[in-house]
Ligand binder design. Structure first.
Ligand code: PMP
Length: 355
């Protein structure tokens, strides 16, 4: 080994879902199957190149104003980042820096332990119960912070506001982050309502799913003025010009088209219901999803086999070879047509497997 090799910071990186180079039915990374608002395309097509020549607005002012208007939040309570991954990474860096372990579920977004390792934050994974629900009492103990997605990923299960309030009541000395990447598809309300009650709450959302802009990389957080100010100080100590003007302008146009956003969400939710019925008939079991995916296990055929067979047919779903969930597929809700292809393929595969 060369002497400098031990100077290198070694990490085990997050593994994103595959982005195939050929056309496939892509149900593996929870993207939206519909395009973003037509207003987004218009804004991008008419964009002045001045915005490329100059450095961007570090505060993403127009986008922050549009979010403030839409969600009834003060602008100084909004942090904007390049995807919610960027927002979450900044939040980890800003708020999780004590000696006590931060708490998050054992089955959850697999980036949390990667950031914890990267920033050297001690952490403890709290097991979900047998039905994949968070167990509130397990978050009452002393800790260095709490984070969980609601709805949780990859289970799709959402907890109600009373549950989240209870976690906050029991964790008033640390920062509690609720990652709401999928909340727009849920029946249960956003924790935004709780911001009035708790200054230590940070709610993180994204344009990647319900606003169909995963490629643009836009995420944001709502929190008290103090939390947001602290996050901005960290961000400006790291890289101030993160979000380009095209993303800012496109994001602003998307937020302002509330009607289009609502219709997209409604379509996905309808298709989720239809898909759930079909999957049940095929012998799949799954918790009720409040996200844009279904986390399903088949009663007889192993998930890994289904994943591989679907892949051979150019249908990509997500499979996690991890304890407790290695017999599940996370299936993103696509268009009705895509889901019909999926169901037909599953019928075929199950037929063959059961022969
Ligand atoms: N949180 C959760 C729970 C997610 O599943 C994802 C998507 N991988 C993200 C955050 C990050 O999404 P993005 O960076 O595209 O906003």
């Amino acid at each position: 080994m060369k002497a400098w090799e031990d100077k290198i910071r070694r990490v085990t990186p997050y593994v994103p879902g595959e982005q195939p180079k050929k056309p496939v039915i892509k149900l593996n990374t929870n993207e939206c199957p519909y395009p973003p608002s037509p207003a987004v395309k218009e804004v991008l097509e008419s964009m002045d190149t001045t915005y490329l020549r100059l450095y961007p607005d570090t505060e993403a002012t127009a986008l922050a104003k549009a979010l403030a208007l839409t969600y009834g939040i003060n602008e100084d309570q909004i942090f904007i980042g390049v995807g919610s991954d960027d927002v979450l990474a900044m939040a980890f860096m800003t708020f999780f820096q004590g000696k006590k372990p931060i708490l998050f579920p054992d089955i959850t977004y697999s980036f949390y332990d990667v950031w914890a390792e990267l920033f050297r934050i001690p952490y403890e994974k709290i097991p979900l119960d047998a039905e994949f629900h968070l167990v509130r009492e397990n978050y009452y103990k002393e800790n260095g912070g709490v984070i969980f997605p609601n709805p949780n990923a990859p289970t799709g299960i959402a907890e109600n506001l009373d549950f989240i309030r209870d976690i906050l009541v029991h964790n008033q000395d640390v920062i509690v982050i609720v990652d709401e990447a999928y909340i727009d598809f849920a029946e249960k309300p956003s924790a935004i309502e709780l911001l009035k009650e708790f200054e230590n709450l940070l709610v993180v959302q994204t344009f990647s799913k319900s606003r169909a802009m995963a490629g643009m990389r836009i995420g944001y957080a709502f929190g008290s003025k103090e939390l947001i100010h602290a996050m901005k100080d960290i961000k400006y100590s790291f890289n101030s010009y993160t979000m380009n003007m095209a993303a800012q302008a496109a994001g602003t146009a998307a937020v302002l088209d509330q009607k289009y956003f609502e219709s997209t969400v409604e379509k996905v939710v309808e298709t989720r219901k239809r898909t759930a019925d079909c999957l049940k008939k095929l012998g799949f079991v799954f918790p009720e999803s409040e996200a844009n995916f279904i986390f399903a296990s088949h009663k007889t055929v192993p998930a890994k086999q289904l994943y591989e067979e679907l892949k051979k047919r150019d249908i990509y779903v997500r499979y996690f070879n991890k304890p407790r969930i290695d017999n599940y597929l996370r299936i993103t809700i696509g268009t009705d047509e895509q889901m019909e292809h999926l169901i037909t393929a599953l019928e075929e595969i199950l037929d063959e497997a059961n022969r």
